[in-house]
Design a protein around this ligand. Structure first.
Ligand SMILES: [Mg+2]
Length: 269
């Protein structure tokens, strides 16, 4: 269904609670545009202090995993919590919470193709003011949020041409970003299933709660279909597998707070 027509999650907390039922919620949360506001340059994005507190409280009783297209070290730095799990680079690189010992990298055997593509993108996009080529552990992002709109097609064309000469990489996209990712059967959804499997929580009595705003979050929603609760954040004027919507990152924090309050009520004798 179109994201804008979905029921508003904050008006359906009781219904969401019923879907979870007696099961244990586990939280899989995108970062940019879901827990934070999208800003002009990805470096300037910051997690609001209130949301960081909510994540910390939530992680006392639940699995909380940040699932992002950001590079893993960057994501960990931006969030700054040892209590949560991290799946960066669209789930291609995972770092479990402190003490879990969980680490995974699903990447190309060598980085030569990635580095070649990155060099080629830098060289060809350099004359277009505002493009940012970000080379991560296993993938490349080309951000064009700050590029004049009449140059957007040109950026897309150059990225496509570089993708065409990089057979080991596939082109995906999101909000004002192109992504070149390893051509491997892996995504945010598979990262979620892997993590739950490692934690022995890939079970019917566990209920994934997935929040995301962008196209790659649909992979997460797909993996949690008929099982968890999927919520799209922001003005998602597109078809989505989510069942509920939230307007913005502040509402996402409010929803997560409702789970914390419920935990605290359950623990009060
Ligand atoms: Mg996002």
């Amino acid at each position: 269904m179109n994201g804008l027509r979905l029921p508003w999650a904050l008006a359906h907390l009781a219904q969401i609670g019923e879907s979870v039922g007696e099961r244990i919620p586990a939280f899989f949360l995108d970062f940019d545009g879901t827990l934070t506001q999208i800003v002009a340059h990805p470096d300037l994005t910051a997690l609001p202090a209130r949301t960081r507190d909510v994540l910390r409280l939530l992680a006392r009783d639940h699995v909380v995993c940040l699932v992002s297209g950001r590079d893993l070290p960057d994501l960990r730095r931006k969030v700054g919590l040892a209590e949560v799990h991290y799946a960066g680079d669209h789930g291609h690189r995972i770092h479990g919470k402190a003490g879990s010992g969980l680490e995974l990298e699903v990447g190309p055997g060598d980085r030569v193709e990635l580095e070649t593509a990155s060099y080629e993108l830098e060289r060809r996009l350099h004359p277009i003011m505002g493009t940012v080529v970000e080379t991560k552990g296993t993938s490349i992002s080309v951000h064009y949020r700050q590029v004049a709109s009449d140059k957007h097609d040109l950026v897309g064309q150059i990225v496509k041409e570089v993708a065409d000469i990089s057979p080991g990489l596939r082109l995906t996209g999101g909000k004002l970003v192109h992504e070149l990712r390893p051509r491997l059967p892996w995504d945010k959804g598979r990262a979620m299933l892997w993590l739950l499997g490692q934690l022995r929580l890939r079970r019917d009595d566990v209920c994934p709660i997935c929040l995301g705003d962008d196209l790659t979050d649909e992979d997460l929603f797909f993996a949690a279909r008929d099982w968890g609760v999927n919520i799209v954040v922001g003005d998602a004027d597109r078809d989505t597998r989510a069942e509920y919507r939230l307007a913005n990152h502040e509402e996402a924090a409010t929803l997560l707070e409702a789970f914390v309050v419920q935990d605290e009520a359950a623990q009060t004798p």
